[in-house]
Design a protein around this ligand. Structure first.
Ligand SMILES: *Cc1c(COP(=O)(O)O)cnc(C)c1O
Length: 357
């Protein structure tokens, strides 16, 4: 049976990316060696690394004065790297859920940390608005897409201070104006590649301003000066990222994937809103294009297990909501074809016919 992969992360990748990566594991470029058993300092890998960087730059229109690096450690490690490198006196955070809270917790170890706005009053089902960003912050941190709750900043906000963004789950899903951010980071495993690599896009002039001593591995400048090769980089994930970026470019880049993502999300949100069994959880204006969260209406709540089973029998994978949000979550990342969303919508309609008299 065909599987429809709605996993939240690690998550779906284009089939051709998986095939090319599998080939490189067996034999990279016909050199008679696996990608997994060569030095990262060979021309074969350096080309991969350079191309991953340049394609990422091209696809997101990253300006010249920004550097791009790929590190290990996941987005979670960046929760401490960021205050380590940038927090001198005071940092501001917008709290939009679990990932923001984890970032806030780490920042507090380094200096004064203020929560500028929060949506914790309603279990993070909206993006805060109407707050004032203090002008004396070293930086303001936001989580642009809240993977667990299905809310998303749909615009690049204006900030009077350096804007730092965790874009783990919406990177490359919509056009962004990189120049509005000082630093963008995230784990690759939601929209860009497999687990194991973290991307960082940073405007170089914000670095080197803190008075504390930085361990060498934590100092972004060391990784920048060595093109992500200050130590052994995550070789295989970077290869898969390169393949994913090639695929994205080949289909028309970020504008085209954004068009597709909007079409997929509209299809599913329309069904959630129409179907008497279901209800969306996020405020409509803040609904994520990537992670679509919904519940059964209260009077149908007892059908939860039955719906999961019904969907599973039709090839749906990964629909269970996160434990802190409950219900269902359909993650519709870049590589998810619209056919999978159509299959889910058909499944919801069939379930409605079977259960609503
Ligand atoms: C998944 C996720 C993370 C955590 O990423 P790791 O690579 O597992 O550390 C952080 N932030 C957001 C928004 C996420 O979706």
């Amino acid at each position: 049976m065909k599987k429809h992969n709605f996993n939240a992360g690690p998550s779906i990748l284009p089939q051709e990316v998986i095939e090319n990566s599998a080939k490189a594991v067996l034999d990279l470029n016909g050199i008679g060696l696996s990608l997994l058993e060569i030095s990262h300092r060979t021309a074969d890998f350096e080309n991969v690394n350079n191309e991953a960087e340049s394609l990422f730059r091209e696809l997101l229109n990253v300006p010249e004065n920004y550097k791009i690096i790929f590190l290990g450690g996941g987005a979670s490690t960046q929760f401490c790297y960021i205050p380590y490198n940038l927090l001198e006196k005071k940092a501001g955070y917008i709290n939009t859920g679990v990932w923001s809270k984890k970032a806030i917790k780490e920042a507090k170890l380094f200096g004064e940390t203020v929560v500028v706005a929060s949506s914790d009053d309603t279990n993070f089902n909206y993006i805060p608005k109407g707050y004032t960003i203090p002008a004396d912050l070293d930086y303001l941190h936001i989580t642009t897409n809240n993977t667990i709750y299905g809310t998303e900043f749909h615009t690049d906000i204006d900030s009077p201070v350096n804007l730092v963004a965790d874009m783990s789950s919406d990177i490359l899903s919509r056009p962004i104006d990189v120049s509005k951010y000082a630093l963008i980071y995230g784990g690759a495993q939601k929209n860009m590649g497999p687990a194991g690599a973290t991307f960082i896009i940073v405007r170089e002039d914000i670095l080197g301003k803190v008075s504390r001593q930085l361990p060498s591995m934590v100092d972004y400048r060391n990784h920048i000066a060595n093109d992500s090769m200050f130590n052994t980089p995550p070789v295989f994930p970077i290869f898969v990222i390169r393949e994913t970026l090639k695929w994205l470019k080949s289909i028309g880049g970020v504008p085209e994937i954004y068009r597709r993502n909007v079409a997929k999300a509209e299809l599913l949100y329309n069904e959630i809103d129409r179907n008497p069994l279901f209800v969306g959880t996020a405020a409509k204006e803040d609904r994520s294009l990537m992670n679509i969260c919904f519940l059964l209406q209260p009077e149908f709540e007892s059908l939860s297990g039955a719906f999961m089973e019904f969907a599973k029998e039709r090839g749906m994978v990964g629909l269970k909501g996160h434990r802190s949000a409950g219900g269902f979550r359909a993650s519709c990342y870049n590589a998810l074809p619209i056919e999978s969303v159509e299959a889910l919508v058909a499944c919801m309609q069939e379930f409605e016919k079977a259960n609503v008299k």
